[in-house]
Every structure is written in C-alpha cells, then in structure tokens.
Design a protein around this ligand. Structure first.
Ligand code: ATP
Ligand code: ZN
Length: 305
C-alpha cells in the first residue's frame, strides 16, 4: 500500500470507512470494526498480566476536571467544549431562524458542565484521588473511551474522534518510572507479533503557543513521552500507534494523590490508539483481512489459515 494521500480514498472505496462530510469523522464498517475489536481483545490479553482495575467512563468529562488538569493551558486548540440551548421560546425561534438562514447561531448557545474527553485517562486522576491514599504498591487502572481532539485533517490516522485503550499507573516515583520502561519494551513486542515493526522514539505533545515550545523541548529532553511508531499515511514518517507518557508528579499534585508513605504520587499511562493500530495493520497486510498472513490471523482471530 502506498504511503501517500491515496490511503483515505482507498479506505473509503474499500468500504472500510464511511465519510460524514467532516474531516476526521468517519463511520467504521463491520470489517474495520472486526479488526479493531480483535486487536483490542489481543491487547487486553497482553495487558492482563497487570491485573489492572477496570473502569469505564463516558466520553464526556466534568468541565471542572479539564479546568483543573492544565489541559486548557497546554492544548486550548484541541479541546472540545459542549454547549447547549438554555434560553426561552423567543430565543429558540431566533436560533432556528439563524440555522435556516445559514447564519452563525453560536450566540444562542451556553456552555454546559461537560467537555469532550481528550484522552481516556483524564477521568482516572480525580477518581483515584477520591479513593484516599494509595495502597503500598500503587494502583493500575484500565480505561478506554472515544476521545475528541479538534485537529481536522485528511490524514485518516488523524481523526477528530477515535478510541484509546489505556492503562494508568499511579504510585511511588521509582515504581512508575520502571513501569514506563517495561511497557515501552513490551509494547514493541506486542505490536511486533502482529507484523508491525514499530520503533520507539522520544516525543512531545503539541503544546500551544510560544511557551509551549519550551514545554515540548523539556518533555523531549527528559524523555517523558515515548511513541511507538508505524508507517500509516501521508509521508514516510511513522505515526504513533501507541504512546507511553510519564507525567511525573503533575496529576498527583493537581489532585493531591498520595502514596502509602504520604508522598505526592507520580503517574504514567500507556495508550493504544485503536483506529491507528487498525490502520497500521491494513497498510501493512493489505485492505482485505481475509488475506492476511496466517500467523497474524492466528494472533487476532485464533485461526490457522
Ligand atoms: P500525535 O503526536 O500523533 O498527535 P499523540 O502523541 O498526541 O499523537 P497521545 O496523546 O499520546 O497521542 O494519545 C495516545 C494514542 O492515541 C496515540 O499513540 C495514538 O495512537 C492515538 N491518537 C492520538 N491522536 C489521534 C488522532 N487524532 N486520531 C487517531 N488516533 C490518535
Ligand atoms: Zn493517558
């Protein structure tokens, strides 16, 4: 499969994704979803060694969580905020008239108490903080969610709405640092068994503005973020299909999460981008999963072909 801008049309033609009219927002066909779910089940089996506590949150967060987390400082350009109508009947008629005329109707809307989740792990930190001091070994939490980021693009790997499956480790600094190291290596191995010859590279988040450039440089220099990259689209460069992020004491300080010894807890998370892994598999092995190599099918579907 050519790594150029023909990938999106090829995915649409093959009926794997369906257009909605907005860039980065697609329907997923049964075939696409089957690969994604099979990969998620495979990843879940591989992550089971951690005996993580599973919890699922909806794809919206209390607005107070994002206000407190520092997300709006670093990524105001990616955040999605939910607005709704709270006016009277006259205002409603005004709004409908504007909609019908194709005019801007945003002034009729007011901010609600929820925002869209930007990464599956965001609800975890206030949740863990609410549970009091951590047990001696810390906690490991399994979360998954649709996530939203306002980054419209024609690159099918850069969606506005996509799923992330994460494990979040919260505990003493040395434990969390070791966990990050272990999971970068395991991640490469897990992906490698599916024929995804991923490489790991230090990375940085797309922090906003001039101050953001410094934050990005610091993050990279301290090796706080690693991306596992595989070729997907647009250019020959790899795309992050899994990320391992070490937040140091950021969330521990913000939410006052304490270790059993009373220290501010450190945290890290690993996340598989489920659509991106699916796309990486389709690019690597072809758009028809029935014709994928037997060993890859065996890992995902438990069949020999
Ligand atoms: P990128 O640098 O490519 O924007 P990221 O490093 O910001 O990605 P994280 O914030 O660490 O990504 O998110 C965890 C995982 O979610 C990534 O490894 C990737 O697989 C997936 N992901 C991130 N952004 C998108 C997106 N816009 N569309 C699809 N998957 C995404
Ligand atoms: Zn995370």
């Amino acid at each position: 499969m050519a790594l150029d801008d023909t990938l999106l049309p090829a995915l649409l033609d093959a009926g794997l994704l369906a257009e909605t009219g907005v860039r980065g927002v697609y329907g997923r066909s049964a075939r696409f979803e089957d690969v994604l779910q099979r990969f998620d089940a495979y990843a879940t089996r591989e992550l089971a060694v951690e005996e993580a506590e599973l919890i699922r949150f909806p794809p919206v967060l209390p607005r107070s969580t994002i206000e407190r987390s520092g997300y709006l400082k670093s990524f105001p350009h990616l955040a999605g905020t939910v607005f709704s109508y709270g006016g009277d009947e006259r205002g409603h008629a005004d709004m409908l008239a504007k909609v019908a005329a194709g005019d801007d109707w945003s002034a009729s809307q007011t901010m609600t108490d929820v925002v869209l989740v930007p990464a599956a792990c965001y609800p975890v930190y206030p949740y863990v903080a609410g549970g009091g001091a951590l047990p001696p070994g810390g906690r490991t939490i399994d979360v998954a969610s649709y996530c939203f980021r306002h980054e419209p693009s024609d690159d099918p790997a850069r969606m506005q709405s996509f799923r992330m499956h994460e494990h979040v480790r919260i505990g003493a600094p040395a434990d969390v640092e070791e966990w990050q190291r272990v999971w970068i290596a395991r991640g490469l191995e897990i992906l490698g068994r599916l024929g995804l010859a991923a490489e790991s590279a230090p990375a940085n988040d797309p922090f906003f503005g001039r101050g953001g450039r410094m934050l990005a440089a610091n993050q990279r220099a301290a090796e706080l973020k690693f991306e596992l990259l595989a070729p997907i689209a647009q250019s020959g460069e790899g795309t992050a299909i899994m990320s391992v992020n070490y937040h140091q004491d950021h969330f521990g300080s913000v939410y006052d999460i304490r270790t059993a010894d009373g220290e501010v807890a450190h945290s890290a998370c690993l996340g598989f981008g489920l659509e991106r892994v699916t796309l990486a598999l389709l690019v690597r092995h072809g758009l028809d999963p029935d014709r994928w190599p037997g060993d890859v099918r065996h890992e995902l579907w438990g069949e020999d072909r």
